[in-house]
Every structure is written in C-alpha cells, then in structure tokens.
Design a binder for this molecule. Structure first.
Ligand code: 5RP
Length: 258
C-alpha cells in the first residue's frame, strides 16, 4: 500500500485505537430529504466533533458542510436510481478528479450482490479501486442488501468477500448472527457496520458492541445517530463504546444523561 493510501486510511481508522466512528449522511442520494437530514447542516455540523469521518455526497458536502471542517470525507460517488426504481442499477456519479479536488480521504459505492445489476455494481467498484490505487485514495465498499435478501452471515460473508477480492480497502456491511464469519471472510481488510433502520438507542449500542466484539473496527452509522431524540448524546455514547471501550450499559448511561 502506498504512502498516500496509508495516510488517508489512518485519518479514518484512528491509529491510537485501531477503530473508527464514521457518520453516514449520504441517504439523500436515493431517498431524497430523509428524516433528520432535511436541513443536513443543522443536524450534522453539531455531530462532527465526535465523528472520525463523514460519509456524504459531493452535493450535500458543498451545500451544508463548511470547507474548513477538519474531518476526513468519505465521498459517496455512486448513485442513479431512487427508492422508486431498481436500486441496484447504480452508476459512478462523481469523477476521481472531483474526489481529489474535494480532498476526499476515501471514496465509496454500493455493491448489490445477488441483485439484477450485480455485475454492473461490481464493475463500479472495480473502477473506483483502479482510480483509487492510481491516486492513493482508499475505497469503502458497501454491501447493499436488496429488498428480499437474507441478512445472514452466509450472504453477507459472500458479498463482503467479493468486494475484498475486487480490491476494496474497507468493507461496510450489516451486523448479523455469526458476524465473526463475515469479518473472517474479509481477511485483513477492515470491516465496519451500517446502523440500518432506527432502533431504540440501547439496541443500537448493543449491535455496535456485538460487531466490535466480532472483530469489526467500528461503525459507519447514520439513522441510529441522526434520528435519535438526542443525536449528540447518541454519537458520544457510540464513540465511548468504540474508542474508550465502555460497556453498553455505561454508554447507554452516557446517552441518557447527555
Ligand atoms: C446506503 C448507505 C448508508 O450510508 C448506510 O445505510 C448507513 O446508514 P444507516 O446507519 O442509516 O443504515 O451506505 O447504502
């Protein structure tokens, strides 16, 4: 791995703990004005001090996040279909040149294993990895789960491993029973989990703790933070779990008192 790639990765996965808290706010690229992100800046800017990195599209970044932010950007560079269409029919929407201009610390796309446009989304990932390798920009690959697909270790392990084989530098997937098998399938490539739909805060913390105990390096969490009644308290609690190794009960207490 070249110096630039290592340097960018170390801005995201914190060298002192080996872990990371990514805040995902890219939902608008297929969902439109998602609850909590209608005024994205009002929700996200107060959360930034507690995140290690921000996953976002270029449009949202330019519209709502000040360029003075010191936070590493994980730039969502895929899109196309909305929730009204076949989601797997994605294309690469943002050039590597624009990612470089933005000073992205990583670029990201979704890979829809088992879906109608599986091959095209693998080709998108391959293009990103080829561009990323050329310019020293790591690629985070999201294992998207289609509507009727099982979120189990067999499927997520297969989907994650395919992304590893194509060359992704970080895998983002979903927590499931037997999650250690998904982590194992990824070898040395770091794994983070998405939060998924909004859960009660304690359950979201339990999920994150479960993933960490199975070997994930952290989370790339969105709705379970920004749709919380107390987003700042929630991100602080998730951070304590990830970086301070607090227990779920301790982190939940922090959320309640935050
Ligand atoms: C969509 C994404 C989102 O960033 C992802 O779903 C994370 O957000 P959440 O924690 O709300 O699930 O990658 O494909």
């Amino acid at each position: 791995m070249n110096w630039g790639m290592k340097n960018r990765l170390s801005r995201i996965i914190q060298p002192d703990t080996g872990r990371c808290l990514m805040l995902a706010v890219d939902h608008g690229y297929f969902q439109g004005p998602t609850t909590g992100l209608r005024n994205l800046g009002a929700t996200v800017n107060p959360l930034l001090p507690y995140a290690d990195a921000l996953m976002i599209t270029r449009g949202a970044l330019k519209g709502w996040i000040p360029p003075e932010t010191g936070k590493p950007i994980i730039l969502r560079v895929s899109g196309g279909p909305t929730v009204l269409k076949e989601l797997s029919n994605e294309l690469v929407t943002t050039t590597i040149e624009d990612a470089i201009r933005i000073n992205a610390s990583a670029i990201t796309c979704s890979v829809y294993i088992g879906a109608e446009f599986e091959k095209e989304t693998i080709a998108n990932l391959a293009q990103l990895v080829n561009d990323g390798e050329k310019y020293g920009i790591p690629v985070l690959s999201v294992t998207a789960v289609g509507r009727d697909m099982a979120r189990d270790a067999r499927f997520l392990g297969l989907a994650s491993r395919v992304c590893v084989e194509i060359g992704a530098h970080i895998i983002k997937t979903y927590y499931c029973e037997g999650f250690e098998q998904v982590v194992e399938a990824c070898g040395n490539v770091p794994v983070v989990i998405a939060g998924g739909k909004k859960l009660p805060e304690k359950e979201a913390l339990e999920m994150a703790a479960g993933a960490l105990s199975c070997g994930a390096v952290g989370v790339d969490m969105g709705r379970n933070i920004f749709q919380s009644d107390k987003p700042v308290a929630m991100i602080k609690a998730v951070r304590a779990l990830i970086h301070e190794k607090k227990s779920v009960d301790e982190a939940y207490e922090m959320y309640l008192n935050g």
